[in-house]
Ligand binder design. Structure first.
Ligand code: PEP
Length: 254
């Protein structure tokens, strides 16, 4: 199938410059599989992006955690996709559930952001996922499909998109989805893409799982056929992030 495993570290709104330097040193010293086997992308807060980019080993990449929906201008507090490109930041995470929930980012707004960021040349990690209430009412796939449709309606070239399936109930809660639960949604999402976007995109797009991934649960999740990587929050600030990166080697023998 040839989907390269990808591990993202979402540092969220954490860290002082000293703490960030320590995490970068930890990453720089780590022995990890080659970038041909596992792609690693870390996402510090905006203010630390230039520092991390300049100090981080060259085989790891950086991502912003958000960007504005269109060209910059009179949008106080925002950071535009053009600025990220100008700084040489290759990736951006869009549609994270914390932004959807706390900042009321709608599916359409996220779709617009994804389309704009791609048009500027960024690669996008686009997040989708259901709340506990939605899962319990049996609407997981409908929610994930609707979120993905808002992107599909606006995007025709998916080659620079990675999807991150992040069930909201698993984010930062310590309640990880079981490997079977993750696989089921990833499989259904791929099927949705096949039916609504195309077989080539469905087969080639990488779908990360995110939600309380840690050093102890990553291997079993990584072994699932439709899990192509992880988006990691809390554990990406800790040494166990290295174990999570290493879990991608499971695909080599699968
Ligand atoms: C995230 O924020 O994308 C995430 C998955 O967080 P955590 O790993 O802490 O659940």
């Amino acid at each position: 199938m040839g989907r390269k495993f990808i591990v993202g570290g979402n540092w969220k709104c954490n860290g002082t410059s000293d703490e960030v330097k320590k995490i970068v040193s930890m990453l720089n010293e780590a022995e990890v599989p080659s970038q041909d086997v596992v792609e690693v992308v870390v996402s510090p807060p905006f203010v630390f992006l230039p520092m991390v980019k300049s100090q981080l080993r060259p085989d790891f990449q950086v991502a912003a955690q958000n960007c504005w929906v269109k060209k910059g201008g009179a949008f106080t507090g925002e950071v535009s996709a053009e600025m990220l490109v100008n700084l040489g930041i290759p990736w951006v995470i869009l549609g994270h559930s914390e932004r959807r929930a706390l900042l009321n980012e709608s599916n359409e707004f996220v779709g617009d952001k994804v389309a704009y960021a791609l048009a500027q040349g960024l690669k996008v990690i686009a997040c989708v996922g259901e709340t506990l209430e939605q899962r319990e009412s049996g609407s997981t796939m409908a929610v994930v499909a609707e979120q993905t449709k808002a992107i599909a309606d606006r995007v025709s070239d998916w080659s620079n998109v990675v999807l991150a399936y992040e069930p909201v109930w698993a984010i930062g809660t310590g309640k990880v989805a079981s490997p079977a639960q993750a696989q089921e949604v990833h499989f259904e999402l791929r099927k949705w893409l096949q039916q609504n976007v195309g077989a080539e995109v469905a087969d080639s797009i990488r779908i990360m799982y995110g939600g309380s991934v840690n050093g102890a649960n990553c291997k079993e999740l990584a072994a699932k056929p439709d899990v192509d990587g992880f988006l990691v929050g809390g554990a990406s600030l800790k040494p166990e992030f290295i174990d999570i990166i290493k879990s991608g080697t499971v695909k080599k023998t699968a």
